[in-house]
Write a protein that binds this ligand. Sequence first.
Ligand code: NAI
Length: 214
Amino acid sequence: MSKSSDSISKWVIRRLPRYYRFLMELEKAGIAKISSAELAKKMGFTASQIRQDLNCFGGFGQQGYGYNVTALRAEIQEILGLNTRQNAILIGAGNLGKAVATHIEFEKRGLSLCAVFDNNPALIGNQIGQLTVRDISSLEEVCSSEKPSVAVLCIPKEAARNLADRLIALGIKGFWNFSHYDLLHHSDHIVVENVHLSDSLMTLNYLVKNTQEK
Ligand code: NAI
């Protein structure tokens, strides 16, 4: 019996995209079933961790059989909301915003990027993929027609600080926040994924340094 998605721990949810990626690769390679031990080896988890995590999603594992790759992938896909579409907007059409808008496959992640905004007249009207950069002054108009629930922030800290409440008032429920403004404690009803690439780099630096010192 699978648990309702509300009762699945946040830590399991955080691991789901990784399971999803691995299961997609297995499916592409034509693998129909996999044991928790094999999956653990591929993913660098323990078999018991995998069993505990995947037990949340019900009867996909059978003793002596393993997991049905397609069924488990489909279940995780559903739980991650990848079968539905939510509209997203991106703010800041600079270097990072352009890279995110161009290289992230929003559609495959359950989102549709419907508009990109900037306040720099030199960028407004530019084309990024299929989208034309819009003036930030048209935010209200676009949000009222497209009803985005997610905002991707690729703007400086100050701009994020100034825009956050405006975006929440326009119905934004989730921020994919690349700006260095900490949106974490903004509101209980808002979800935030802060992305700091340099955190990952500093962790790597620490690990390399400590490995060398041993
Ligand atoms: P950028 O200067 O190329 O782009 C920022 C864009 O935001 C500009 O086009 C600017 O006109 C626009 N902007 C500023 N205020 C605005 C407002 N109120 N409304 C609409 N648009 C506005 O900078 P870049 O390299 O794209 O970086 C963007 C931000 O992301 C920077 O603050 C940087 O520190 C941060 N960053 C974060 C990373 C992370 O891992 N979280 C990695 C790289 C950059």
